[in-house]
Design a protein. Structure first.
Lengths: 275, 344
């Protein structure tokens, strides 16, 4: 009897604990791995517009020098910001310092998302005319050694490693809603979100008025899509900037975007150090 | 599907005759019990368990506005703008308004943590509702998960409103109706009792992002969308909901109880503060749907001149700690004064 119990436990628990594809493969139904593009649990492609209802005073206009409200900065960061000089940045050809990945999605503008290939999402912005490449799988530049890269290989948009996050296949019992209707269909986890980790950045500004992030900053984002019953699609990007050199705490923001039907309002504008 | 039915289905999948499952013996019952225990232990790793206290950690300026007239980026209708500019915060001192709570969006713009409690069905123990506990000036929010409908539009409205929710993957979406009128940005702008608030709650590890889409046919011309980021904490600083007791606060209201503090159109004394301090044009300060889109920047470019450098109230790093006093107890590695580590 004990043996029978053990066998049954293994038979039942196995599929729960193991990845489903492995179980399928053992049954003789091997399935080729799907590309990140084919496996995308959400469709992020299209044109998106920033909705600026938060931090308006620091995003829609260039804030005055020395205005650091809302930034948990270190004394070292304040020294850098106090020395902010847009003319100097222009002379150095660094007009794009406030368009680096840690700040880019907070810059008011539109962005266009497409699949560059089966493993790379391309995000283009009209404000600053920047391009982010969100790569799935193994990224050519090893992220672990990013700190050792010479400064000239660093870029405003850095190296971004992307990963789909999908809901667990089995919703825990006590989190399943108590349906009032007895014949309600079982809950089927759907959707998912995109996680992006970006390193190998060129040092830049979190805000146009010189609030800095260092080249060792690590940007972690979660892209969550929300479709409304009226057809609207909204995107929230939860953004964490981890930069112990210039930030006393991890900086967390969540800019939001609304999907647009087409690119008719796309307005490419080069970087500006002043506006 | 009950545990016996689950058991039978699994047995069938593994090629065992169904007859064995019809009267499970003790060993089989033990097996089912063990499996159920394992499965029920899963929420420890679940992304979607929202139970706990979530400390506000976002860096955005939700509710942090300093100037009384700061409607920047708010998609107010003409009525919404008029309502906002007529409002005098002293109105909250009127006896009949002192216990007036904020509307549901205050969960996003307010200062306190969100305390999530799971409310199980008393019989099945399945998820009946999520409750977000109230705090001093915000009523609790009960997010019904059992598919019940919203009440009739003629049903009474409350400060907390009526909320239903559903899972969409790992995202909890919730819709609130039947809330009372209230101010939506710490005394800057209002939502009416016809407003609808749609939330989405996204948990990623110990981070919770709440997005709120507020729609109001009375005071908003377009949806007002806000987000806030929270972190799960074991050391919360809560402000529990307690019974409100009105008292007389202002002598003027004592002398004239019929007085309703307000400003007449165009008479708000702080109307020009944002413009004077930040050089932001008045037409942007008073909000409107066009002000939240990127193209609005073009209309500002020729009007905006950067003000002189900030001298006070500028944020930035905290002042350097004073040197530790000489003498006993001030050895190396000791914190200089109370508080210790910086908190967000």
């Amino acid at each position: 009897m004990k043996r029978a119990v053990l066998v049954i436990i293994c038979a039942i628990v196995g599929p729960v604990l193991l990845d489903r594809p492995i179980v399928e493969a053992q049954r003789g139904n091997p399935q080729p791995p799907r590309t990140p593009k084919a496996a995308a649990p959400i469709d992020l492609t299209g044109y998106w517009v920033s909705i600026v209802t938060q931090d308006w005073r620091w995003r829609m206009v260039t804030p005055r020098k020395g205005d650091y409200q809302g930034v948990q900065m270190t004394p070292e960061a304040a020294k850098v910001a106090d020395a902010w000089d847009p003319a100097k940045d222009e002379a150095a050809g660094e007009q794009c310092k406030s368009y680096g990945a840690p700040a880019l999605m907070m810059v008011p503008g539109r962005f266009h998302i497409t699949w560059q290939d089966d493993t790379t999402l391309k995000v283009e912005t009209d404000a600053g005319m920047q391009t982010r490449l969100l790569r799935f799988g193994n990224v050519q530049t090893p992220l672990d050694s990013a700190r050792d890269k010479p400064a000239e290989t660093r870029t405003w948009q850095g190296v971004s490693q992307a990963q789909w996050l999908t809901p667990r296949p089995n919703v825990p019992l006590q989190l399943r809603p108590a349906d009032r209707a007895a014949d309600a269909p079982p809950l089927r986890p759907t959707g998912g979100s995109l996680q992006v980790v970006t390193r190998n950045l060129r040092a830049g500004y979190l805000r146009k008025n010189g609030v800095p992030y260092s080249e060792n900053a690590v940007l972690t984002e979660h892209w969550d899509l929300y479709k409304r019953p009226n057809g609207e699609e909204w995107l929230t990007i939860t953004t964490q900037v981890d930069d112990p050199q210039y930030l006393r705490n991890v900086r967390l923001t969540a800019p939001m975007f609304k999907k647009e039907p087409n690119g008719s309002k796309w307005d490419p504008t080069p970087c500006s150090a002043r506006w | 599907m009950g545990p016996d039915a689950v058991f039978g289905k699994v047995v069938e999948e593994h090629g065992m005759p169904r007859a064995h499952s019809q009267e499970p013996k003790a060993g089989f019952r033990i097996a089912v019990l063990i499996v159920a225990t394992i499965l029920s232990a899963a929420p420890a790793f679940a992304q979607v368990d929202l139970t706990g206290t979530w400390q506000r950690v976002g860096a955005s300026d939700n509710g942090a506005a300093r100037e009384p007239v700061d409607l920047l980026g708010m998609p107010l209708s003409a009525d919404g703008r008029a309502k906002a500019l007529s409002y005098d915060i002293a109105a909250l001192s009127a006896t009949e308004r002192q216990c007036q709570m904020y509307p549901p969006i205050y969960a996003i713009v307010g200062p306190f943590p969100l305390q999530f409690v799971m409310v199980p069905d008393p019989v099945t123990q399945k998820l009946l509702a999520w409750k977000i506990l109230g705090w001093g000036d915000r009523d609790e929010t009960m997010i019904w998960m059992d598919g019940r409908p919203h009440p009739s539009k003629y049903a009474p409205h409350s400060h907390g409103g009526f909320t239903t929710g559903a899972w969409e993957g790992d995202t909890l979406t919730a819709v609130t109706t039947h809330a009372k009128l209230g101010d939506i940005k710490r005394h800057r702008g209002f939502s009416s009792d016809r407003a609808t608030l749609t939330y989405s709650f996204n948990r990623h590890g110990d981070i919770l992002t709440v997005t709120g889409i507020l729609e109001d046919p009375v005071y908003l011309a377009e949806p007002y969308v806000l987000t806030e980021v929270f972190r799960l904490t074991t050391n919360p600083n809560n402000f529990p909901l307690t019974a409100c007791e009105p008292i007389e606060e202002l002598p003027t209201l004592h002398e004239n109880p019929a007085l309703v503090p307000h400003y007449l159109p165009g008479k708000h004394p702080a109307m020009n503060e944002m413009t004077q301090r930040y050089n932001i044009p008045l037409e942007a300060v008073v909000g409107g749907p066009e002000t939240m889109y990127p193209e609005y920047r073009k209309t500002l470019k020729d009007k905006y001149v950067m003000p002189p450098p900030c001298k006070e109230g500028c944020g930035g790093p905290p002042p350097a700690a004073p040197p530790p006093p000489a003498g006993r107890g001030a050895g190396a590695g000791q914190p200089a004064g109370r508080g210790g580590a910086q908190q967000p």
